[in-house]
Write a protein that binds this ligand. Structure first.
Ligand SMILES: [Zn+2]
Length: 153
């Protein structure tokens, strides 16, 4: 009987480990490799957490049907049906595709914000705020266009 319990315990601890191995595999590149593979603006945003000027980004007023991927690693991040016009000057989404975003506390510029990063390549995408549409999630993912690429459905 004791043996059975030990086997159960071992399984209990092993199962979470096997699930973890199914998590998104990280894309790791050196700074030099990122510089080569990205245009200057996308490099500054994704790798140096730069924020593009409001109302200047390619996808700010872009409402075609499709999906938005990370420009660094191509992971799908947002569906066009979660994009909405927030008038803040950057592409805004009320939710991301589950499991594609890492959330990091950001105390820069004398503010407290939640930074959103791509879970695959750790690229900086933007921030998430709690002033999104109340009828859905109440969240506003405020994302730099230079961090994204768009694909038609
Ligand atoms: Zn990425």
């Amino acid at each position: 009987m004791k043996i059975h319990i030990s086997i159960l315990l071992i399984l209990f601890f092993l199962i979470p480990l096997t699930n973890q191995s199914q998590k998104t595999e990280k894309m790791i590149k050196s700074d030099k490799e990122w510089r080569i593979s990205l245009d200057e603006m996308s490099y500054q945003v994704l790798r140096k957490s730069y924020t593009e000027r409001p109302f200047t980004g390619e996808y700010n007023l872009h409402f075609q049907e499709g999906y938005y991927s990370c420009k660094g690693c191509n992971q799908k991040l947002f569906e066009s049906n979660n994009k909405y016009e927030s008038n803040c000057g950057w592409p805004s989404f009320d939710q991301a595709i589950p499991g594609t975003i890492d959330y990091v506390k950001d105390y820069s510029h004398n503010m407290f914000r939640i930074e959103v990063k791509c879970s695959k390549c750790d690229g900086h995408l933007g921030h998430v705020f709690k002033d999104g549409p109340k009828e859905t999630t109440g969240k506003r993912y405020c994302i730099n266009s230079a961090a994204l690429t768009f694909k038609d459905k």
